[in-house]
Design a protein around this ligand. Sequence first.
Ligand SMILES: [Zn+2]
Length: 366
Amino acid sequence: MKHFLWITLIPALLLCACRQTDTNGNASAKADCVLVKDYFPDVVNNIPVTHIERAKFPVIDMHSHDYPVSDEEIAGWIQVMDRVGVEHTAIMHCSWIGRPFEEVVKAYAPYKERFRLWCCFDYTDIDTPEGLERSLQTLERYHEMGAVGIGELGDKGEGDLYARPVEGKGIHIDDSRVKPLLAKCAELKMPVSIHIGEPIWMYLPMDETNDGLPNAAPWHVDTTRCMGYYGLVNTFENAVRDNPSTIFIACHYLNMNHDLPRLAAMLDRYPNMYVDIAARVAESAHTPRATRDFLIKYQDRVLFGTDNGMDAEMYHNIFRVLETNDEHFYVPEYNYHWALSAFNLPDEVLKKIYHDNAERILTEYK
Ligand SMILES: [Zn+2]
């Protein structure tokens, strides 16, 4: 799910930029009153500002959702995709956004070349042998209806609450009840895309020490009520290790932008694991050199994704970060106080991340 929603609740943390008195008392007083949530400075540097209207190479978007509410909106989205260079988009089924799967199938049936459908697990009565059998049959039926993968599963600590028609409360991805479903995914050649946890700042104290405070505060995770981030990472790692024939895609860099060496170690260990970069521009582009190195080293394991609606500007921002050498710019809707710098990725890496890795998973895996 996207993470740049407008802030609704922010601690009154002040930027104490300048406390000395000077001849301009008013200016100092104003600096003392700027809230972190309001801090989006104008860039004054005379440096390149690049607008990327269209991706340099064809794009497969491996992480999006059923945002349109009418045929007209689907048609409008296709026009945007044509303009920005997106060949096709994965519509991930998820309890948070969109219609029941049968309706999704119907809505996108005329546009099979432009949208590929992904479905959830059905956990109804999963504790019983009959319920499990039904769930396996549902998976086969969705596959026959056109589902190419599973997702977006989503576990932020309480289990796979993204599931439909019932939440998988308490059901983590390494749960023994899920194992037959993961085996079925391998058999049907359906990759499994899963959102694990949240960016690390959302687990830290909401005070002046929290580097990601402006965006972390509204998404704060209370771990007294659910599993913490690294516990969830362990459940994911267990599943990836114990189901080597199943392809797993960790959404949003596994929410591990803060610890790329650990993410790299997991990718080294598990050839059946991939990451998508959806909705983590701000979390990656404040550490552009480390992220660039990571993306180049793991260029065969990274998938492009958006997860942020249908606007052309949303695509432009992501292309700018991947393709250009721009530095020190702000995108206020990402909600962090920090400036971003782009990755300037080589062409051969862009081609793979934009398109070829996804194409390989969706075709050669079959
Ligand atoms: Zn999503």
